[in-house]
Write a protein of this length. Structure first.
Length: 287
């Protein structure tokens, strides 16, 4: 894709943190001006006792697999285990690898895999096809066909958002695994933006908006308002696309793979007349 394809474009990125910063940098490389507004925020789970219990079980080697479905989950895991190892004397960069040990790790896609690798955890399994719950389940081994590590009893640890759907957990159980699902973080609404930004969004002050989850769609509509039809609506995947359509938004861009990188590239392709179109909803995970 030719750089500067988005020169002159003004793009709303309604998610902050590392994701928003990374996407803003990529948009700038294509020539776009971005405005990052955190319409969703992430907070630790309310039940830290249960979270700490399963993480200590991970450190003991109680699990055959750790299944990670987003970079946000990786951030939550690394921050929490750093407080548990030597009472915080070990850094997040090394603590997660210490806790994982020889437990096999599955990641839902390459973006999540890269987040793990930055913390010295190398996934043993990535989907060979669709980067989604369905894609991961298609490649995940059955429990009765997999030798357990050191005699473990076929257990999987699945940390995820409080809003996560049961698709992956149910599918793993159908494959014969005992699955411990734990809330690793909560997805919350961000602060209400100022009236100036809300007016800009509603009156077409942005050429495009990048939507990274169903929660982002809901908060855009409820906290900011509906963008006009002239605003290019970009959804990271089919679940987000369906949420946008349910709220009455026309969807213009959906990348073939659900990641921030692919979302920006798809918008750049759209600007040159070569973007992938919206798709039918599926059970894909999006981060």
């Amino acid at each position: 894709m030719t750089l500067r394809a988005l020169t002159g474009w003004r793009v709303l990125v309604p998610r902050g943190g590392e994701w928003g910063e990374r996407v803003a940098v990529m948009l700038a490389e294509h020539g776009a001006e971005s405005v990052v507004v955190p319409l969703i925020e992430f907070a630790p789970p309310e039940d830290l006792t249960t979270y700490d219990s399963v993480l200590n079980g991970l450190a003991r080697g109680d699990y055959d697999w750790l299944v990670v479905t987003s970079a946000t989950t990786v951030q939550s895991l690394s921050a929490r285990v750093a407080t548990l190892v030597n009472r915080g004397r070990e850094t997040p960069a090394t603590a997660l690898a210490t806790f994982v040990g020889d437990t096999r790790v599955a990641a839902v896609g390459p973006g999540t895999g890269r987040s793990l690798e930055r913390l010295h955890v190398v996934p043993a399994l990535l989907p060979s096809g669709e980067r989604s719950a369905r894609g991961l389940l298609a490649d995940f081994p059955r429990a009765d066909a997999t030798p357990t590590l050191r005699g473990r009893s076929g257990r999987v640890l699945l940390p995820q958002s409080n809003l996560a759907e049961p698709t992956l957990a149910d599918g793993l159980r159908e494959l014969g695994w005992e699955v411990d699902v734990v809330v690793a973080y909560r997805t919350l609404s961000g602060p209400v933006p100022g009236e100036s930004l809300r007016t800009e969004v509603r009156t077409g002050g942005f050429d495009a908006v990048l939507l990274s989850s169903a929660s982002t769609v809901t908060n855009l509509v409820e906290l900011v308002g509906m963008p006009p039809p002239t605003t290019v609506v970009c959804c990271i995947g089919p679940r987000t696309e369906q949420a946008a359509r349910d709220h009455g938004l026309a969807v213009h861009v959906v990348p073939l793979q659900a990641s921030g990188e692919e979302l920006v590239e798809a918008l750049a392709r759209y600007a040159t007349g070569a973007a992938p179109g919206p798709t039918d909803p599926t059970s894909r995970l999006e981060s």
